[in-house]
Structures are given as C-alpha cells and as structure tokens.
Write a protein that binds this ligand. Sequence first.
Ligand code: NAP
Ligand code: F7E
Length: 320
Amino acid sequence: MAKKRALITGITGQDGSYLAEYLLEQGYDVIGMIRRSSTVNFERIHHIQDKVTLVAGDLLDEVSMIHLLREHRPSEVYNLAAQSFVQTSFSQPVFTGEVTGLGVTRILDAVRVVDPGIRFYQASSSEMFGKVQAVPQTETTPFYPRSPYGVAKLYGHWITVNYRESYDMYACSGILFNHESPRRGLEFVTRKITNAVARIKLGKDKELRLGNLDAKRDWGYAKDYVRAMHLMLQQDTADDYVVSTGETYSVRRFCEIAFGHVGLNYQDYVVIDERFYRPAEVDLLVGDPAKAATKLGWKPEVSFEQLVTMMVDSDLQANK
Ligand code: NAP
Ligand code: F7E
C-alpha cells in the first residue's frame, strides 16, 4: 500500500512538531510548510529535520499553497499555522485576522482548487467560547469570542464548516482547549511560569511578573492532543470535536504547583503587573470531551499535575 502523505502548516510550532513526530511514527510522509525568514527557527523540529520534507509557503499567499499542494499531493492537510498569541492579537488585530482568519480560506480554497478530495483539519480554539454561554463547553455551546484572535478563529471555524457543506469536502474543525508542553512558546503563561520557576530556583532570576492570576483554563498535554487531530481525519464523515480534559484550574493554582515542585512558595516571587492584563479577558474555560471520547475513542493520558511538573523539570534541565 502507498504511504499516506500529510501536509502540516505550522510545523515549526509546538503542535506542528508533535504532530510531525506522531505522523512519522504512523508511517506517513510528512511535508512541512515553513515561511521564509532571515534566520531559521527549527528548534522544535531539528531532531526530525532529515525525516520530513520542508517546503516554503505562507498562509498570506494562496498561490504558494496551490503550488505546493500540486507538487506534493498530500492526502491530508493539517492547518496549524496561525498568529496564535491572544495578547498580540489586541495590538495586531488586522494582521491576526489576515493570518488566523482569512488564512484558513486561502488554504481551504487551495485544497478545493487542487483536489477537493484531500482531507482537511482546522486548528480551532476554545477562545471562540470566550465569555462562556454554558459550563462546560460542548460542540453546541454558542460562541462569544473576547479577542481579535478569538474572532479570527471563529471565522476560520465557520469557513471550514462552509467549505464542508458547500463543496462536500472532508473538512474538520478541532475545537482544542489550551494544551501545553516543554515546547510551548515562552510568552504563554504556563511556560512563562515554569521557565521562571527554574530560573529562580537556579538563582538566575528573583521574581515573576504576571497579570490575572484568577483566569481558569482547561489545560492538557500537547502530545495527547495531536492524536485527536489525526483521529478526526480517519473517520467515515467529517465533523467538529471539542478536545479537552474536562478539568479547570486557575493560573494561581498553576503557580502554586510549579513553585511547590521545587520547594518554593509562589507568593514570595510573583508580582502582579498591569501590563499583562488584557482589554477583555476570558475568565473560565472548561470543555466537555465526551464526543471525542465516544466517537474517536480519544482520551488524554497526562494529568494536570504531571503536565506542570514535567514542564518545570524540563526547564530546570534547559536552564542549567
Ligand atoms: P505556535 O507554537 O504559535 O505555532 C504557530 C505556527 O504557525 C508556527 O509554526 C508559525 O511559524 C506558523 N505561522 C505563523 N504565521 C504563519 C504564516 N503566515 N504562514 C505560515 N505559517 C505561519 O502555535 P501552537 O500552540 O502550536 O498551536 C497550533 C495551532 O493551534 C494554532 O493555529 C493555534 O492558534 C491553535 N490552537 C492552539 C492551542 C494551544 O493551546 N496550543 C489551542 C487551540 C488552538 P514560525 O515558526 O515561522 O513563527
Ligand atoms: O493565557 C492569563 C491570561 O497566553 C492564559 C493560546 O494557545 O490557548 C492559548 O491562549 C491565561 C489568560 O493562553 C499572564 O490573561 C496571567 O487568562 O497562556 P495564555 P490563552 O490566552 O488562553 C488558546 C486555547 C489558544 O487557542 C491560543 O492560541 O493566563 N495570564 N498572566 C497571562 N498570560 C500570559 N500570556 N502572560 C502573563 O503574564
């Protein structure tokens, strides 16, 4: 049987790197779309660089994606690329809309033009629930985004549904709740905390400046979540799924566990800094993963405490 071939946009990101590893393990040919930059940023994929094919393309440029789809003919496309940082979306709302929102139309349309039989995964987000209209959030909970990022993701979600319904494409939207790992970008609160804990423990820093400690998130492990992406594209029909743990914890609790893991009290080091507050906040997210469990047979394997301590341990090693 011919090898399956997948294209991943955003392969240099946290999820892209884990998904590439997972698909290689499943025997796929993996094509990774990377955007041109003056310096390479392959930190997350350097260990698999010789096993994947990296090709240039950009979500801002539909023609680049038509060319690479024609040349490489994947059977599955995972659209993970995005301007993914909520805080930045407030200062760069138009750019975020171009990449995170309209970018989805560009790649979906490139797929439609080249081969509408290609299976498509869109990286949608719990940020679409924003000011939540029900607890816990399910696939049928009404959306109420609270940032330009959330608004852009909502556009990406609905254009995916629209292409599925208009052109009979196998297009899925994975509504993923926050997922973290030692590869998480340093600007996101979890990694910011675990990196600071390591640096403080090693005597390299003295304090950690944070914003809203009372925000609650449903935090899972990125490596668990990429399995769900793959499962969504292996079903008889395309559909949308919430992927989450079903548990929620505050940023404060994350700090407590992370500092506690190295024998410190977060209250001695965390300083509240207004600069890290957002113009509009998402106070509480908690997803109901029942549909993913029943229909995909998916469940998370790493607990919240395991995730926090894994990230602290990794940052202790990296900062030595
Ligand atoms: P990430 O680490 O920020 O990675 C984003 C990726 O997108 C990077 O590879 C980046 O490339 C690429 N990219 C950005 N702009 C691009 C453009 N114009 N053209 C092509 N590539 C571009 O994000 P992540 O945490 O892995 O998340 C993956 C996806 O899931 C994102 O769409 C994110 O919005 C979504 N999501 C994430 C979470 C989460 O908790 N992690 C939850 C729900 C949804 P560079 O390396 O060149 O910057
Ligand atoms: O913030 C609060 C902040 O930036 C989490 C992205 O992957 O998940 C992510 O978006 C919470 C917020 O992630 C700081 O106000 C407090 O309430 O880690 P974050 P996010 O905004 O939830 C969703 C699902 C995505 O789709 C996104 O792509 O933590 N918080 N103090 C802080 N956050 C940051 N970054 N920095 C602080 O100092």
